[in-house]
Design a protein around this ligand. Structure first.
Ligand code: SF4
Length: 184
């Protein structure tokens, strides 16, 4: 999206607020209609994530296709318990995704550690300890329809963003700093 970024910079320094709004609307519409998913199933919630692609639920009609390659995808869908041992690998895969990118946390374990929140030394208590989660989908496990609803919500977030430099970055400033949460 380097070209899009260049257009954003040019518009930002120019007088055309209305033009930028229109370009934003067009870019965000096209981004939102084709959020290709990187499925990151780490435990039982992954079954629901897989089921979402079956013909019964027809995930494809939202323009969201699973791709087993971080370099071709826009949204990481985390589904399942994340352990401390998995964390660096999940983070590395996220970093391999091109910008702009988003994260959906599916299921109680991904959101907060779920049933492993207490008395478990090995489970991460929420993906947002180390990733910028955009949409949370509660449940143990959430149904495929909930995931579809989550993607629709993500589209709304994408619609509010701007190609003007730095705007999305502001939201990410709320993330833990590097090193936070490494040792609990
Ligand atoms: S939220 Fe429930 S279904 Fe999902 S990974 Fe945790 S225990 Fe399994």
């Amino acid at each position: 999206m380097a070209l899009v970024d260049k257009v954003g910079s040019a518009m930002d320094t120019g007088p055309g607020g209305v033009v930028l709004t229109s370009v934003d609307a067009l870019v965000n519409w096209s981004r939102g209609q084709s959020l290709w998913a990187f499925p990151m199933g780490t435990a039982c919630c992954a079954m629901e994530l897989i089921a979402a692609s079956f013909s019964k639920f027809d995930f494809d009609r939202l323009g969201t296709f699973p791709r087993p390659d971080p370099r071709h995808t826009d949204v990481m869908i985390l589904a399942g318990t994340i352990t401390e041992k998995m964390k660096p690998v999940v983070k590395r895969l996220y970093e391999q995704m091109p910008d702009p990118k988003w994260v959906v946390a599916m299921g109680n374990c991904t959101i907060s550690g779920g049933i492993f929140y207490y008395d478990t030394y090995s489970v991460v208590r929420g993906a947002d300890e180390f990733l910028p989660v955009d949409v949370y989908i509660a449940g143990c496990p959430p149904r495929p329809e909930s995931l579809q609803d989550g993607i629709v919500q993500l589209r709304e977030l994408v619609r509010e963003e701007s190609i003007s430099p730095g705007r999305r970055h502001e939201r990410r400033m709320l993330l833990p700093r590097p090193g936070d949460g490494e040792h609990r």
